[in-house]
Design a binder for this molecule. Sequence first.
Ligand SMILES: [Fe+2]
Length: 194
Amino acid sequence: MATKQANRPAAKSDNGSAKKSVSKGQKQGNDSRLEEFFHDELKDIYWAEKHLVKTLPKLAKAASSEELKDAFTEHLEVTKEHVVRLEKVFGILGEQPQAKKCEAMDGITKEGESIIEDTEDGTSTRDVGLILAGQKAEHYEIATYGGLAQLAKTLGYEEVAGLLEQTLAEEKQADESLTELAENTINEQAGEEG
Ligand SMILES: [Fe+2]
């Protein structure tokens, strides 16, 4: 009995501090582990997008097909918008945009660079490799934005979810364009190179 009573004030003060953090969190969401995870993942994709802004011109330069060059150049412009959109997301969450190195995207882009080194300039075989590298990057982004948009909804950030879904749709579109390029021309041309 005495022990129970001794425990009660402690429990009360625990509740008190929890309440305090919720009301503090109402300005910027909830101070939960899920919230922290969400913010960390945003930093990760922010790094990835900024890294792609630097990588896409290299892919465009290395591509042989004019259409593929155009596809990478167009996606560069879209990617710059994705960076700005993420900055808007950080703003809505009351934070300064912060990037945290995304090892996955770093690996994917390194793989793209090694494709450039391992293939001959001006060949469709190189273009096939570049498309594959581009699609690996898109799929990583599709998985990330899809997951983050859902998480934003769970955390009650409807506006943020809308922005992330907008980017998600554009990543899917970029992926489809690359598939079309591969299916319609480039794979066949590469096959003819033997
Ligand atoms: Fe993007």
